[in-house]
Design a protein around this ligand. Sequence first.
Ligand SMILES: *Cc1c(COP(=O)(O)O)cnc(C)c1O
Length: 372
Amino acid sequence: MIPFVDLKQQYTANQAAYEQAMREVCMDASYILGPQVARFEQHFAEFLGVAHAIGVASGSDALRMSCQVLGLGPGDEVLIPVNTFIATASAVHEASATPVPVDIDAVTFHMDLNAAEQRVTENTKAIIPVHLYGQAVDMSAVKAFAVRHRLLIIEDACQAHGAKWENARAGAFGAAGCFSFYPVKNLGGFGDGGMIVTNQEAHAHRLRLMRNYGSVEKYVHEVSGTNSRLDSIQAAVLDVKLNSLDAWNQKRFQAACRYSELLAEVDEVTPPAFDAHRAARHVFHLYVIQCERRKELVAWLTEQGTQTGIHYPVPIHLHPAYRHLGSGPGSYPVAESQAKRILSLPMFPEITEEQIETVVRAIKGFYARRTA
Ligand SMILES: *Cc1c(COP(=O)(O)O)cnc(C)c1O
């Protein structure tokens, strides 16, 4: 049995440190916005090389509150890639702005900036590049695009903790960078959590108010806010895990290299495109192949004991929730055709060479059987 991810191994490998960290929170009963949150925010900001990090309740909240703090609202259009997790779109929508999906590049799976040109209107105010699957977006190109069209950049780095574009980390380029600590992410807590990073003091200050009912001090509300805080217990655990993040990402990268080496022999499979000489550019939150006869392959792999996933089976515009955006089937040809071919293979830092070989052997077996 080869699981898609294996969180238990990560826990048992460093169990004493996690439990000690959680015990400390319980001992001083600092459950909400305690010193553990401030410490982790500080460490996360240092890790990313940014001035401020603000812990919030989830990656979705990080995206929504970033839109709000940057003043996006009714009538404002925000460019997003059409193949992403639904939260990228819903966060914009929840901030009362309009998500404008853009087709993706067939090779990188990132937003296609040529296609984005066609979607810019006088109402376009921001662009959300998504560092999808853990691969850093070409931020030089996004920055040039944003300058040309006078757009704000909000990075969705929810799958790319630690990834680098040139010399800076994903999340450190935009007006705001957003992270999720959902358990299976590259840096995952023991529950929900999120973070916004920014270099702008005024935004950081306002976000700290917004996440805590807008209060400056108890019962003094300067701005309208909400309840979206990172739990101290999550911060304490994440602070321990942050020390291992680069090493874990390195292991994911090595696993990806091994998969790609073995899969090069399979004609029916296209491994992900990435630069094998720049380890940090892709932190492989997911290892996504393109394949023929996916449905049958998935059934075969399941039967053989290998779990797989699809990220994502339905592009944003084809969900009932976003039908009002007015684009039906055929509107985003690249994303729509890729959605039928993509398949995510088991990927986690602890995956063994043997497990990778077993997965690839099963894939080879499937195509050999069918062509024989
Ligand atoms: C996980 C994820 C989110 C949302 O994060 P939550 O913490 O689950 O709210 C947003 N965007 C992308 C690309 C994600 O992978």
